[in-house]
Design a protein around this ligand. Sequence first.
Ligand code: UN1
Length: 505
Amino acid sequence: MTMSNVLVTEAQSLLQEMGVDIDTLAGTLSVASPIDGSVIGQVAEQGAADMDKAVTAAHQAFLSWRSVPAPVRGELVRLLGEELRTHKKALGKLVTIEAGKILSEGLGEVQEMIDICDFAVGLSRQLYGKTIASERPGHRMMESWHPMGVCGVISAFNFPVAVWSWNTCLALVCGDSVVWKPSEKTPLTALACNAIIQRVIEEFDDAPAGLHQLVVGGPAVGEALVDNPLISILSATGSTRMGKAVGPRVASRFGRSILELGGNNAMIVAPSADLDMAIRAICFSAVGTAGQRCTSLRRVIVHESIADTLIEQLKKAYNSLPVGSPLEANTLVGPLIDQASFEGMQASLANAKQEGGIITGGARADGGNKNGFYVHPAIVEMPEQSATVKTETFAPILYVMRYSNMDEAIAMHNDVPQGLSSCIFTLDMREAERFMSAAGSDCGICNVNIGPSGAEIGGAFGGEKETGGGRESGSDAWQGYMRRATNTINYSTELPLAQGVSFDV
Ligand code: UN1
């Protein structure tokens, strides 16, 4: 069998194992595996009318789901977590085949889903509101958190299943229903997740049919989701360009959006840094997932006294990076998602060169398959933080710039339009604290002595500026999926007014 045949067979058997009826896979949307460019499935594409139907059904489901006690809703998510444990291997492998990330990262992505299920189960008993001291005698104030409505989820190809689960698990325990529009590049993993969650919903007495809807389609489907007034919350992950289109449309109808857009994540490497650790962290975060995470490391800002040493060691490490099929056990760098991505990378490298960049790597790599877009990750030494450096390119390009003092390093760090993730490598406590302070990194994620990618689900995930400001996943991000009611209760026999106002009738 040729590689493509093996992948088709493998994808089909994984889908079947997870409960997808593969006979229904006879649509017009061709799904290509980035491993060898071969078509591994044909999925039915839906249209705007299908989206409207899905939203209406989800809204119907919401009307009863909102009254199911939150801990019972948590039980549904617990069962989803159990299913994901059972299918971790299959789903992880399908992520590898469809999105091209190495197996360990495919499995890691499913683990991230299991983790958020566990988190959401606990959360289902902790949707706490505050009790507030009232200024009036015989009064009590409190806040209640209520389900919000239908949550629309738009996800990207690079985390085709985890991002869905962050949103869906929180939305479900918060009493919302969900409509999901996955990336057109990764509908197979979406079909698998949908089959799994539909099974859980069907077997769960308190869960209304229609609670979760999957709609696969192009921009028309996305627009129908964004513009539907029944979508109370629109959580969108993707490019800043997409966010610029989606955000204002949702805002114009006073909907709520949770935007998780581009990043241009940097590492400051200070003179005291543990260089061995910094090099390892750089490799994982800059070339892991072939540089296609929104948290991928894109810029290194290194002190001039150690720059030559760091660059030399980095080049050495890059030289030995195994590029190839993500299904092979020793591969660390899998393929880019497609040809357009490869061309985008080459264009950015050409621009960087014109701006004075010195490039190491970046060319197309063999990767064992000439139809996949494999590349040697690039290191680009830049004389300054040019326009190209300030633009996010979703590929393994690492720009390296030098600094002479920390003021300059922090200023350079923040001088990009994006604000997702950041980190500093230093053993100097003052530098570390300063970087995390109000006058330090302006990002939503700010780390010390670890890279910018690979966040745990327990923290709130998201960032500022062109990253969109949304927060998903842990901490109190759940509040984005609920509405808050402030309650004032009078248990006295008087009717005093606040602010000492008198109004005697
Ligand atoms: C993304 O790339 O859209 O922090 C999400 C990380 C992962 C999530 C990335 N936990 O890299």
